[in-house]
Design a protein around this ligand. Structure first.
Ligand SMILES: Nc1ncnc2c1ncn2[C@@H]1O[C@H](COP(=O)(O)OP(=O)(O)O)[C@@H](O)[C@H]1O
Ligand SMILES: [Mg+2]
Length: 267
């Protein structure tokens, strides 16, 4: 046996077992809304287990449509979606994914703690465990003092933090953040990113959409560019810069969205 196969657990893993399924595998995903508008057509996307993946694209590109379908909020017209190898509508898949939605939707008649505990109920988490987890997350997101307060009486930043906490109640392996920092002040943005980074470090796969390009560049190992319901490129920030002959990700974005010729066409 070579030394490398002893010291590299992945190698041993690869030799003895089939490959780990990706956190997310989308194939041939199409969504035509009632009324006939096709928002996304034939989209393929794979996000490996443990990745920090950013999905960038203009308003209306289809990001929320895709995410909504992954999380069973939007019914796909065609295609297949798998989460860690489980078909996305299954119980297993639902338990493995957590979503902080773009639009803040919080029950106005439940207080912060109730929002969290109630959400855990969807995942079969018992009341005592849910309450303990809620306390833990309220602590992390600085909401402990607001446990009995209802969403309408929270600040915008607190509501965002509550969405984050809610998404994490069942400790998902894939965390999806749809524009989590839209309209959030710099301080909270920095905090939310820092927390996301820590979750990633402990093994959570992150899929996020954002319009803060420099932050996406700093955080994401890989970036997918989506335009008019199609992924037009995906690579590391370095890879994308090289490909589009751009100085930074903002330039990549502008070129990609304007459909400028890519570097390899010139080569
Ligand atoms: N419920 C809906 N009915 C009809 N069209 C919709 C609906 N939701 C989204 N769309 C349309 O689908 C396209 C993609 O929207 P969306 O997925 O929200 O994009 P993004 O999140 O990238 O901004 C847009 O043109 C939007 O108007
Ligand atoms: Mg959106």
């Amino acid at each position: 046996m070579r030394a490398s196969s002893i010291t590299d657990p992945r190698r041993a893993d690869q030799e003895s077992r089939p490959a780990v399924p990706p956190a997310l595998r989308v194939s041939g995903f199409t969504k035509t809304y009632a009324g006939g508008f096709t928002a996304v057509e034939g989209l393929d996307l794979e996000v490996p287990d443990g990745a920090f993946f950013g999905l960038l694209g203009p308003n209306g590109a289809g990001k929320t449509t895709l995410i909504g379908s992954v999380c069973n909020l939007v019914r796909p017209t065609a295609g297949r979606i798998e989460i860690f190898g489980h078909e996305h509508t299954t119980r297993e898949a639902r338990r493995l994914v957590g979503l902080a939605e773009q639009d803040i939707n919080l029950d106005r008649f439940m207080n912060v703690e109730e929002v969290l505990v109630y959400h855990a109920g969807y995942f079969g988490i018992g009341r005592a465990r849910a309450q303990a987890r809620a306390r833990e997350l309220m602590e992390v997101f600085d909401l402990s003092g607001k446990a009995r307060v209802r969403p309408p009486a929270l600040s915008g930043g607190m509501r965002r933090r509550l969405l984050f906490a809610r998404a994490l109640m069942h400790s998902p392996r894939l965390l999806i953040l749809d524009e989590p920092t839209a309209g959030v002040d710099v301080e909270l943005r920095t905090e939310l990113w820092e927390y996301t980074r820590r979750l990633h470090e402990v093994g959570t796969t992150i899929l996020l959409t954002t319009h803060y390009l420099e932050e996406a560049e700093a955080l994401c190992q890989e970036i997918g560019l989506i335009r008019e319901g199609r992924i037009i490129a995906r690579d590391s920030a370095d890879g994308l810069r090289a490909r589009y002959g751009a100085r930074d990700i903002a330039e990549v974005y502008l070129r990609a969205m304007a459909q400028k010729p890519v570097a390899e066409e010139r080569a």
